[in-house]
Write a protein that binds this ligand. Structure first.
Ligand code: ADP
Length: 610
């Protein structure tokens, strides 16, 4: 088999396959567009089918080869009918096609095969004009559509255009037989190309369609997600614009479901004030299924009137819905039909679904926004209330502890007076009771002193200025001189940095931490080291001791006011010292924490702005 023969077979097989595929498609849907598509491919493959049948039967007759030619001649006429399904075909051309087809048949009858040069010229001219127009119409159709339809029309145009070349070459061969060897390879090439492009136009595989569809979806999403206000009206306008662009019609209507009135209502529009929502629109809404309605299938009078009013031949109806929410209907009125209605419906469904998702998201976002605002309002109210009560509490703590000092002093001094002046008047029990009372009063004094210090951390005016922390440490050591000497504590320190802090609070911090390090010493002499390390824009201080240590589960709790890990008989104290430290550090925007090993010692860390 030569290459030429191989290509010939390939072309023929493709056309026969196309005929089979489009016929099956027609049989499944039974509409006239699909029927005419199948007929076009029957025309192109008739000759091959006849030859095949003849070879099977073994019967030969010269008129049989004419059957193939007769069928082929009907191809331009049928192709033009396909064009008529999606755009207006001038009447002159319609009549010309019919005349060309009948005339060609007559010429074929009289001239026989091979054709005479005159018959050849006439028939080729008929092919060139009608198929040429179809190519032009397909190209125009491709420009005014989008998605799968656009691609399919492009390939239909290319297929039809490439089909013209073999015909042209056949004509040349008949008139100038000497040219035959020269044009045959080209004839083959264009035949193969036309059959393949027709395949992509009229029977594209599923994956290819999905790819084309995805492209369009991407474009649409880009469009919808453009910045700008995202009101429902804008989103719907965007949908309309997109549909107008891809369907080549501006008769795009949107009806939305009105939940109050329980009915579909047409979007307000001056152009279409009274479109009836009954009839096929109602049916499509009820079925929630994308569909195309043709004039020929419409039965009710109002429906016919609606199509008349909009000068439409067909209407594509697509629900604007997500999986669980139906918002309305998208209606596209077409002056002619749609050649590939399924793909148009698919594309519109994608648009409508995406729009519905977008609208739903928008509604959710709006609701979220409202909730957030409401919540923020509540948080603001609560915060204000909390601040008020905090402030009151602070005031109360301060005033109470301050004012309690005076009567407490009176109680203490009179108790002491009783103790010193009347030791003989009291029996053993009395003296014991008085001792308890004195002890209680002194504990109360400590508590009030510490509480006052605690409330002063916040209530006192603070100055956060550059401060040599070494100075604060020295000051704290001076205040603790007695206990340092008593305990023979060894205190060492790194060179300490300059920080931005309140001097009073810094002294208090060092004082509390060092006094704890001394108080919670074990059997060893206290060794305390104060360190400092830079951590970004903070200084991290550490106060490290060799005391009794803290169990790790208590490391957080010790900073809570009044929380103590020991009884007063073991270690005296009020449980306020570390709470003061925490508050003081937080006033500086820092934080405080501890690490410890029981029996080995504890290190307190705190950060202060550099
Ligand atoms: P107080 O010392 O008055 O009890 P603090 O708030 O200063 O109150 O300390 C809380 C608790 O933390 C103490 O009761 C003690 O158990 C523990 N603690 C504090 N500092 C140390 C330390 N350096 N070593 C071991 N335990 C400590």
């Amino acid at each position: 088999m030569t290459v030429t023969e191989l290509l010939t077979h390939l072309t023929r097989i493709t056309f026969v396959l196309l005929f089979v595929v489009t016929t099956i498609d027609y049989l499944r849907h039974r509409d006239k567009i699909r029927r005419d598509v199948a007929l076009v491919f029957l025309c192109l493959s008739a000759n091959t089918i006849v030859l095949f049948l003849v070879s099977l039967v073994g019967f030969r007759a010269s008129w049989l080869s004419q059957v193939g030619a007769v069928a082929l001649i009907a191809q331009p006429y049928l192709l033009l009918r396909l064009v008529g399904y999606f755009r207006a075909v001038p009447v002159v051309l319609q009549r010309g096609a019919l005349l060309g087809m009948v005339g060609s048949w007559v010429l074929l009858l009289f001239s026989g095969i091979p054709l005479t040069p005159l018959a050849t010229i006439v028939i080729v001219a008929y092919f060139l004009i009608i198929d040429g127009y179809a190519v032009f119409a397909f190209i125009k159709g491709a420009f005014s559509s989008a998605g799968v339809v656009r691609q399919r029309l492009r390939f239909a145009a290319a297929g039809s255009a490439m089909l013209l070349f073999p015909l042209l070459f056949a004509g040349i061969r008949t008139i100038f037989p000497a040219m035959a060897p020269f044009v045959i390879p080209f004839t083959q090439l264009f035949s193969v190309l036309s059959s393949l492009t027709y395949y992509l136009g009229f029977a594209p595989p599923r994956w290819l369609r999905q790819m084309w569809q995805l492209d369009e979806l991407r474009n649409y999403l880009r469009q919808v997600q453009q910045p700008g206000e995202t009101t429902e009206a804008r989103i719907l306008n965007e949908l309309k614009a997109a549909v107008t662009r891809v369907m080549g019609t501006n008769q795009v209507l949107i009806a939305l479901w009105d939940d109050d009135q329980k009915k579909l209502t047409l979007e307000k529009s001056a152009e279409y004030p009274d479109v009836s929502m009954e009839g096929f629109i109602q049916t499509a809404w009820r079925d929630q299924k994308a569909q195309i309605v043709h004039r020929s299938t419409v039965l009710s009078q109002p429906d016919v009137q609606l199509l008349d009013g909009l000068d439409a031949e067909a209407v594509l109806l697509v629900p604007i819905a997500t999986i669980d929410l139906s918002l309305g209907m998208l209606m596209v009125f077409l002056q002619y039909g749609s050649l590939f209605a399924d793909d148009d419906l698919d594309l519109l469904t994608i648009f409508a679904q995406q729009t519905a998702v977008h609208l739903e998201n928008q509604a959710v976002l709006e609701r979220l926004h409202l909730y957030t605002e409401e919540l923020e309002g509540r948080v603001r109210e609560r915060t204000a209330a909390l601040q008020r009560s905090n402030e009151e509490l602070r005031q109360f703590a301060y005033v109470a502890s301050h004012d309690l000092q005076e009567p407490l002093r009176t109680v203490s001094s009179y108790l002491q007076l009783i103790e010193t002046r009347y030791p003989d008047k009291l029996d053993q029990d009395g003296r014991e009771f008085i001792a308890f009372a004195v002890d209680g009063a002194s504990r109360m004094k400590d508590l009030i002193r510490d509480l006052l210090a605690y409330s002063r951390v916040e209530s006192q005016p603070r100055k956060y200025e550059p401060l040599e922390s070494q100075k604060s440490l020295d000051e704290a050591r001076k205040l603790l001189e007695v206990s340092i000497q008593e305990s023979e504590a060894a205190i060492t320190s790194d060179p300490l940095p300059q920080v931005k802090a309140d001097e009073q609070l810094m002294i208090q911090l060092f004082q509390n931490l060092i006094s704890n390090a001394i108080k919670y010493r074990g059997d060893r002499k206290p060794e305390i080291h104060i360190g400092a390390a830079r951590d970004k824009n903070m200084w991290q201080f550490s106060v490290c001791d060799n005391g009794i240590g803290i169990e790790s589960k208590y490391l957080d709790r010790i900073f809570v006011i009044f929380q103590r890990l020991h009884t007063r008989s073991q270690y005296p104290g009020t449980g306020i010292g570390l709470a003061i430290c925490k508050k003081a550090v937080e006033m500086h925007g820092g934080r405080i924490w501890a690490e410890s090993e029981v029996g080995k010692g504890t290190t307190f860390y705190f950060t202060i702005p550099a």
